[in-house]
Design a protein around this ligand. Structure first.
Ligand SMILES: [Fe+2]
Ligand SMILES: [Fe+2]
Length: 475
């Protein structure tokens, strides 16, 4: 059951062949997906043979098989973690009841919305990243970008399968619409803000995969608790793929820092202009990129107080991060949680019903997790003897969604007025000058084992291959 059937047009471990109608519907969607990939997927990559991992089983050991493949021939497919016929709902009002194998009528609209919103982020990030291959700092990095791109494509498949199988005609229409919306499109944008932002360069890409793919981790973890069992099983498998995306971001930024620190030490300077002149990215620019990606990403968790969040939890659609490891009653009625609110231009803590604050609970879990990695980045600076440290900005910094959108805050957590914001914004968020400088470093380095001057090589290659392995054959 967990072994994936590759003899079919659509690789799967869900016995797709037994449901001819569904199989035909998905086979009808498949060419539209490939057209989408050709139109807005990785630019200029059609003839490349890329050293990619492909899922061959959902077993924790050995699910991946590595080999050179053309991306448009990647075996995108439908892989669910093994099911447990006796699985029980473990939170919300239906706690203790049997998990659902089908969508209950009363939760249909909400579940569809959750699946569509998750599904929409997957192709969006491929669109955001489509030009990056043209400026890859190495063949190794280019390969990692493409691995992420094909897996985001597969995540789209995961959601489209659920839509086709469980939501009838509406589901099929939503699946089409997922290929029609486009990141940054004025008339038909992607659903969530961060997925309409540009990913203009590789520093932005590493920040995106560190922060925004981590949002993916937390959303998928919450959905992996769902009472709707097919959603829980498919998101569990997606999480194993997501881990690599965050690794690319974390190690990418580490390598940038390592190179910057080396240049600072060589020149014995912390002058950003001198660092730039030597072809490395100054720490101020890295901090501003971090501020931007962090603040845009924490907006993805939604409003701090939300009756939808309460409904999604109580009806069992979406749990908390690591719901199963928590020791409370998993119903949360009568419990409270502290959120921030803006009153008379100041931030105040306020206790609200926890059920309504579950977006904030998930955001706070995300914050803890992302701060930990920033600490690991700082270790790179510490080791190199550089006294500067990166920090994550205050939760209320640069927010566009929820109560905190109503206040201007400095990264270190001071309420500031409009004038100060306007005056300091260029110290806090990337400027057009920063973008232009980073863009000026983006050349294309594609000889095996060679790296652009602004980034250090990785410690290890992929799948125990050497760093100078031929990860891409350009054909
Ligand atoms: Fe994804
Ligand atoms: Fe991802």
């Amino acid at each position: 059951m967990s072994t994936i059937n590759y003899s079919e047009k659509i690789p799967n471990n869900v016995n797709l062949g037994e449901d001819r109608t569904l199989q035909r519907a998905l086979e009808g969607w498949q060419p539209n997906f490939v057209n989408w990939w050709d139109d807005v997927g990785p630019d200029g990559s059609t003839n490349y043979d890329v050293y990619l991992r492909t899922a061959v089983s959902v077993d924790p050991q050995g699910w991946a098989q590595f080999g050179h493949v053309k991306m448009r021939e990647y075996r995108w497919g439908i892989f669910l973690n093994p099911g447990d016929q006796n699985r029980e709902i473990h939170f919300g009002d239906h706690k203790g009841e049997k998990a659902w194998q089908d969508v209950p009528g009363e939760h249909r609209a909400n579940l569809r919305r959750i699946i569509v919103t998750q599904g929409d982020t997957e192709p969006a990030s491929v669109e955001q990243q489509r030009h990056l291959g043209l400026t890859a700092p190495s063949m190794y990095d280019m390969r990692n970008l493409y691995q992420i791109n094909v897996e985001e494509g597969r995540h789209l498949w995961a959601m489209v399968y659920l839509l086709h199988k469980h939501f009838g005609r509406d589901g099929r229409e939503e699946a089409e619409a997922l290929l029609q919306r486009q990141s940054g499109d004025v008339d038909n944008p992607r659903i969530l803000g961060a997925f309409n932002e540009k990913t203009p360069d590789w520093l932005a890409f590493f920040m995106f995969t560190y922060f925004t793919d981590r949002d993916g981790k937390f959303q998928l973890s919450a959905l992996a608790e769902s009472a709707f069992d097919p959603l829980a099983r498919t998101t569990k498998f997606m999480l194993t793929e997501e881990a690599h995306h965050m690794f690319v971001g974390e190690s990418g930024v580490s390598r940038v820092l390592s190179r910057t620190a080396a240049v600072m030490n060589e020149l014995k300077t912390d002058d950003p202009q001198k660092v730039r002149a030597a072809g490395a990215i100054d720490l101020g620019t890295i901090q501003r990129y971090l501020n931007f990606h962090y603040s845009v990403t924490i907006d993805l968790f939604g409003a701090d107080q939300s009756s939808n969040a309460a409904t999604f939890y109580s009806s069992g659609l979406k749990g908390r991060y690591e719901e199963g490891k928590r020791t409370d009653d998993h119903i949360l009625k009568g419990q409270t949680y502290k959120v921030l609110e803006v009153k008379d231009g100041q931030l105040l803590e306020k206790e609200v019903p926890m059920l309504n604050a579950l977006n904030e609970v998930l955001r706070d879990d995300f914050i803890k997790d992302s701060v930990a990695g920033v600490g690991r980045w700082n270790k790179v600076l510490e080791k190199a003897g550089i006294p500067t440290r990166l920090t994550v900005p205050h939760k209320a910094f640069n927010r566009q969604i929820g109560a905190l959108a109503g206040i201007k805050m400095s990264p270190d957590g001071r309420v500031v007025n409009e004038q100060e914001w306007a005056a300091k914004k260029s110290e806090w968020l990337p400027t057009s000058d920063d973008f232009a400088f980073v863009a000026s470093l983006m050349g294309r380095v594609i000889e095996p084992g060679k790296f652009a001057g602004w980034i250090a090589p990785p410690v290890m290659g992929i799948n125990r291959q050497p760093v100078d392995f031929e990860y891409i054959r350009f054909g």
